[in-house]
Write a protein that binds this ligand. Structure first.
Ligand code: C5P
Length: 222
């Protein structure tokens, strides 16, 4: 039988949002269903890879045959990613929160009756994609990031490609009228150092299969 395109390869994927605790009962989060990340994990498994999925909190059932590690915060996600590298391909599809609450109380914050709401002091989260992109020894052969933007899509994606040292950025317009956020379809543009490819609108599993097929081709051509 013909061997599968990613047989013997390890693919690591981040997916879903992160939750950044404010106190024991509240959190800050990004919107992310985790659908595109899980579709990538399935597609990589179907292509023969060993797959590790590091997922923030999502409402989806975990995919079969895939090692899933659930995390809450960006700090936990980074630690999980580092502990599962090396990988041949890493795809950072998670919508990681940019900030966490700097001083988390051990107790639930209560209204104090003064009418003055509490101030939240935020601190920047680690950039997982950039950390891996700049890593001397653990950088995967192919490192793929996502860019969800509501304006200046290609300009922003190209900036991310360079700053985070990714090989490819999968860019998508997530303006509310597109219905991409939480929806089942996606229209993406693949941004790499040689240019930009416009892909037609597809279901998220098809986007995932296309990305995985391209990734397999990239590895075999090196
Ligand atoms: O800068 P922005 O959040 O738009 O970049 C998106 C890309 O960077 C995605 O691939 C996302 O998973 C990754 N990212 C990350 N860690 C962060 C922020 C973003 O890995 N703290």
């Amino acid at each position: 039988s013909r061997s599968l395109p990613l047989a013997g390869k390890h693919v690591l994927i981040t997916s879903g949002p992160t939750h950044e605790p404010i106190d024991p009962v509240r959190y800050i989060a990004n919107r992310s269903s985790g659908k595109q990340g899980q579709a990538l994990a399935r597609a990589a498994y179907e292509a023969g890879a060993r797959v590790t999925l590091i997922s923030g909190p999502v409402d989806l059932a975990p995919p079969d045959n895939i090692h899933v590690q659930r995390v809450e915060s960006a700090a936990e996600m980074l630690e999980a990613v580092l502990s599962h590298l090396p990988a041949d391909i890493a795809i950072m599809a998670a919508a990681v929160a940019d900030w966490h609450v700097a001083e988390q109380g051990a107790e639930k914050i209560k209204k104090d009756g003064s009418g003055q709401p509490p101030a939240l002091h935020l601190a920047e989260n680690p950039d997982i994609l950039a950390t891996i992109g700049h890593h001397d020894s653990l950088r995967p052969e192919l490192l793929i990031g996502f860019a969800a933007e509501t304006q200046n899509l290609i300009e922003n994606a190209t900036g991310k490609l360079r700053r985070k040292k990714a090989d490819w950025i999968v860019a998508n317009d997530v303006s509310p009228e597109t219905g991409i956020m939480g929806g089942d379809r996606n229209t993406v543009r693949l941004v790499h150092t040689d240019g930009v490819e416009d892909w037609p609108a597809m279901d998220k599993p098809d986007v995932a299969r296309q990305i995985i097929a391209r990734a397999a081709k990239h590895l075999s051509s090196r």
